[in-house]
Ligand binder design. Structure first.
Ligand code: XMP
Length: 319
């Protein structure tokens, strides 16, 4: 019978059998899949698991600290946090093309992961958060961090860590099963039921060139939006919601002062498979509250808009 408890027990025995006394490396992104793999492996092999968490500076507000709090502090998982914000910003400087930005971010992630992996001695296995739908759609065009690692080295010489044997404990599971076992393993439910977040992070939610100033503004605006979604009990009513930074300026007035500042757009979608999506029908009073908080609390923003585009033709992300 496939209950969450049985799945956990079976996975742990399978991991222990496969890994033996070996050591395992895992790229932890803070997303559901890699988080559940970390929790599961930690349960199975304890400190023979080492996680590498690359903080690319394009995460949501306080996300890096939250990942460290959950895994390193509360669960005692060995996590190496690499603060790589400046390297990502430098690499992205001047680039405005969405696909090139994605490539730069993906490649930089791999470079940094490889550098860190090379510092860890005697590793035998590489764990990945591959889930069943990934296995079926492994030819999919867009890929998360874990899959980037796999596809990137399909040709040419493999770095040493790629010669590692793969551990993929979620390979037969669907997303809802992964979430259920995540909760059973003690992960916070906000982490497990969080909306999907793209591998390139805020890099594809800041239109055009990525700058730290923009990322800081976007993080604050996005945080207000998500906070209010929870307050209004609307978070689980939509499949994905986030703010987007538009690097154009619009005029506003505060008191007697004229403001000429950036624009934030709010996106919310309802979807089953993320291939097509309808816009989320969020109540006006909610949107009004979010808009007024963002304009009042986030300096640098003078206007908030709501995206009313379905997919297709509009994609969920703006880039
Ligand atoms: P689109 O924008 O294609 O998004 O309608 C569909 C879903 O995929 C996510 N997405 C990405 N995920 N790397 C990822 O890991 C990416 O480059 C990427 N682009 C889009 C998006 O957030 C949505 O859930």
């Amino acid at each position: 019978l496939w209950t969450p408890d049985n799945i956990i027990e079976d996975s742990i025995s399978a991991i222990q059998e496969q890994v033996g006394e070996g050591k395992v490396l895992l790229g932890l992104s803070g997303g559901v899949d890699s988080s559940v793999v970390a929790a599961l492996l930690h349960r199975a092999i304890g400190d023979r698991l080492t996680c590498i968490f690359v903080d690319n500076g394009l995460l949501r507000l306080d996300e890096g600290d939250q990942v460290m709090a959950t895994f390193a502090r509360h669960m005692g998982v060995k996590v190496i946090r690499v603060d790589a914000e400046q390297r990502f910003l430098d690499a992205l400087k001047g680039e405005t093309d969405p696909e090139k930005k994605r490539k730069i971010i993906g490649n930089m992630f791999i470079d940094i992961f490889e550098e860190e992996a090379a510092k860890i001695k005697d590793v035998d296995f590489l764990a990945q958060g591959t889930i069943y739908p990934d296995v079926i759609e492994s030819a999919g065009a867009k890929s998360g961090k874990a899959h980037v690692i796999k596809s990137h080295h399909n040709v040419g010489g493999l770095p040493d860590y790629m010669k590692l044997k793969l551990v993929e404990p979620l390979k037969e599971l669907f997303k809802d099963e992964v979430r259920e076992i995540g909760v059973k393993l003690g992960l916070p439910s906000e982490m497990v039921y969080r909306h999907p977040f793209p591998g390139p992070g805020l890099g594809v939610r800041i239109l055009g060139e990525v700058k730290k100033e923009y990322a800081d503004i976007l993080r604050q605006a996005d945080n207000i939006y998500i906070e209010e979604l929870y307050n209004f009990k609307l978070y689980d009513e939509v499949s994905q919601a986030f703010a987007v930074f538009l690097p154009v300026r619009s005029v506003g007035v505060v008191g007697d002062a004229r403001r000429y500042e950036y624009v934030i757009t709010l996106r919310a979608v309802k979807t089953v498979d993320f291939m097509t999506a309808h816009i989320g029908h969020l109540p006006w009073e909610f949107l009004e509250k979010v808009s007024s908080r963002i304009i009042n609390e986030v300096s640098g923003v003078s206007r908030v808009a709501y995206d009313i585009s379905s997919k297709p033709p509009a994609t969920i992300e703006w880039e």
